[in-house]
Write a protein that binds this ligand. Structure first.
Ligand code: HEC
Length: 194
């Protein structure tokens, strides 16, 4: 008899605990429950997607004022047009130190990013070309689709091409930082002499 009672009491306690967990956990669907170190979630700073009465449009994420650039961003003010390409050719010159170390970096970058199409020696016979991709002209013997011999391509023209791409070649602006582009260009100049 006593044993039965013990089980009943135990059973009742278990049910009460279980029920209270169910009831309290479902009380507020938006509640995150107990939070450890809540100021990690509810911090003082505004979240980008949060309402913000400090600004006229009531948003935290503001569009940067016109003409502003991120810290360290190098501007290239030549549009993606034939005129922009020709102007860059005259005005844009490398400021990279012409050292062995930069040349070596340029070679590695070229082999990673450019040689699949242009080929290791810049003859336009890279691996993807061997599989049917439209071949780029040889850097040393070909003709540019925008006029002139490939071997005469200037700093500015190559920089413009890497930045914007041309026809079947995409832009490499998001893969190569400006300094890396100049390193690649140093190596392309070498390939133009082959
Ligand atoms: C997906 C293949 C592909 C890759 C990768 C590629 N190119 Fe090209 N590139 C081409 C093709 C195709 C052309 C010819 C486009 C045209 O003139 O119609 C070209 C043309 C060029 C030209 C000549 C532009 C001109 O003014 O005529 C230069 C310079 C050049 N590429 C440099 C590079 C460099 C540097 C890289 C690496 C950062 C690179 N390319 C990566 C396919 C590629």
């Amino acid at each position: 008899m006593l044993a039965m009672n013990k089980f009943r009491i135990l059973g009742t306690i278990v049910i009460v605990i279980a029920a209270s967990i169910v009831v309290t956990s479902c009380k507020d669907k938006r509640s995150t429950g107990w939070e450890y170190a809540p100021n990690m979630y509810e911090h003082i700073a505004y979240d980008p997607d949060q309402k913000n009465n400090n600004f006229k449009d009531g948003k935290t994420a503001q569009v940067p004022p016109a003409g502003t650039i991120p810290v360290g961003f190098v501007k290239f003010d030549y549009p993606n047009t034939k005129d922009g390409y020709e102007l860059a050719s005259v005005e844009v010159k490398t400021v990279l130190a012409q050292t062995q170390a930069n040349y070596k970096d340029g070679k590695i970058l070229f082999e990673h990013f450019c040689s699949p199409c242009h080929g290791l020696s810049g003859q336009g016979d890279g691996l993807v070309v061997q599989h049917g991709y439209p071949p780029p002209p040889s850097y040393s013997k070909g003709q540019s689709s925008r006029g002139g011999a490939m071997k005469d391509l200037t700093d500015g023209k190559i920089y413009h091409t890497i930045t914007y791409g041309v026809n079947a070649m995409g832009s490499y602006a998001s893969q190569l930082a400006p300094e890396e582009r100049w390193k690649v260009i140093m190596y392309v100049h070498h390939l133009q002499t082959l």
